[in-house]
Design a protein around this ligand. Sequence first.
Ligand code: PGA
Length: 241
Amino acid sequence: MRIYRAKDEQDLARKAANIMSAQIIMKPDCVLGLATGASPVGLYNQLVEWYRKGDLDFSCVRTVNLDEYKGMAPDSPQSYHMFMWEHLFSRVNIRPERVFLPDGLAPDSNTECLRYNAVITGLGGIDMQLLGIGVNGHIGFNEPGEEFAKEVHCVKLTESTKQANQKYFPDGRMPDYAYTMGIKSIMQAKRILLIAKGEKKAKALAASLQGPITPEIPASILQLHNDLTVVADDDALSLMR
Ligand code: PGA
């Protein structure tokens, strides 16, 4: 495990973007596992800036996202589809047919989980998986207590996650379920890049990186990954021993 300390938000974005852009440069048709939420916004902005300067090319890159709300239309403003198009896909030269997310509107959730698993396998697996971390230690929507062995599956969101994401749903109508890559899908990525900022992530980060490996802290399994890079700011690292 490598941990890089970022001195501020911009430094965190730049360090993480450097790591991801190195992946794209070394393997132009790499498969990136991508994440949504507040954590990766700066990183995506930095990648867009380097793309505009001519330093990065996404024309062969393939992407699979970690998760999507069940029941959410792709063109809904709160969907993770929309998030990805707004923050990254529409701003770089990525090919629309090479980006993949779970289909929130799929009529049958079991079939959708199998389909999305097959998408990941069909791409040959993930070269680099980007992760944020939840205040409860979740990664993707793998909530505390979930089995480590799962691949793509449908989860009931916990109250803690719903509270953390409530700000995105001013009408209060946040979905109860989501599709997510499982821990097994995440752990099969060749490289993992975890980013965390702010004091509210400090407890989860310290427990995940230095505490016992337990399903109660889903991110703790990352200690067993052989190519984990963490980029975090001082506040997020403040409870590390
Ligand atoms: P955040 O969420 O980036 O919005 O803090 C991370 C997560 O819950 O996985």
